[in-house]
Design a protein around this ligand. Structure first.
Ligand SMILES: [Zn+2]
Length: 124
């Protein structure tokens, strides 16, 4: 895989990572003991019953969103790690190069399309 291509992907991943981290901090805070973990803050809207209900509603929405963003963040960090140690772009199952088209569409891919399809057929 060409350096230029990987550089481009790395830049994209870093931008995405910064964006997600910013988004997470809008409603969650970093876990002091585990920096890969965020804790959703409980919103404080008011003390009325209706406001409390709204708080719970917002909290559970944020919890779901947090799960999604955290997973994205983990994928991005893993991809950046692979770039660092030079294994980026190689399928973790068969070791073949992942196509550029696939990496452009989904830069965090760690498996080639053939292996991915095989796994999906097996229901994994
Ligand atoms: Zn493969």
């Amino acid at each position: 895989m060409e350096k230029e291509f990987i550089k481009k992907i790395e830049k994209e991943l870093k931008q995405k990572k910064a964006k997600i981290e910013k988004e997470l901090l809008e409603f969650a805070q970093k876990n002091a003991h585990n920096k890969n973990n965020y804790q959703t803050k409980f919103p404080n809207i008011g003390d009325e019953a209706e406001e409390n209900a709204k708080e719970i509603d917002e909290f559970s929405t944020n919890l779901g969103l947090k799960e999604i963003l955290e997973k994205d963040l983990r994928d991005i960090k893993d991809a950046l790690k692979r770039i660092k140690n030079g294994t980026y772009g190689k399928c973790k199952y068969c070791g073949k190069e992942i196509s550029k088209e696939r990496l452009l569409a989904r830069p965090v891919s760690s498996a080639c399309i053939e292996c991915k399809r095989k796994l999906q057929r097996q229901g994994l």
